[in-house]
Design a protein around this ligand. Structure first.
Ligand SMILES: [Zn+2]
Length: 124
């Protein structure tokens, strides 16, 4: 996914909002920064993976993705973070939460399209 594209920016906005919620409730933030060192590292990693995402602008939601590109450590961190911050998103960032659930509903179709494209490439 290309940094600066609308979908990329929204994905990052969602990730940052969730990480901030999680961090504020569970960690201490050094003054003048919005997240602790561990959560900042997670965000850098998530951004890097998003840039490399094979689906581009048609990205399914990570929970439904068949690829699982995160390392085991970061994946476990993401799971814990999403579990705590997810329910809060509906109230704190209703628009981001709504758009994410639409992406969830569209995921299966996007994955199928991507698989068809790959099969066609293989056949040549
Ligand atoms: Zn933190």
């Amino acid at each position: 996914m290309v940094p600066g594209s609308p979908r990329f920016e929204r994905e990052m906005q969602t990730l940052e909002a969730m990480t901030r919620i999680y961090c504020r409730e569970n960690h201490e933030q050094p003054n003048d920064s919005s997240c602790c060192a561990r959560c900042s590292r997670f965000l850098d990693y998530a951004r890097y993976r998003l840039e490399k995402c094979a689906f581009g602008e048609d990205k399914p939601t990570c929970a439904r993705c068949p690829i699982h590109c995160y390392t085991a450590d970061e994946r476990a961190y993401a799971k814990q973070l999403m579990g705590r911050a997810g329910p809060r998103m509906l109230f704190r960032h209703p628009l981001l939460a709504l758009l994410h659930s639409i992406d969830g509903a569209l995921s299966a179709g996007r994955i199928r399209k991507w698989q068809d494209r790959r099969a066609a490439l293989k056949r040549g």
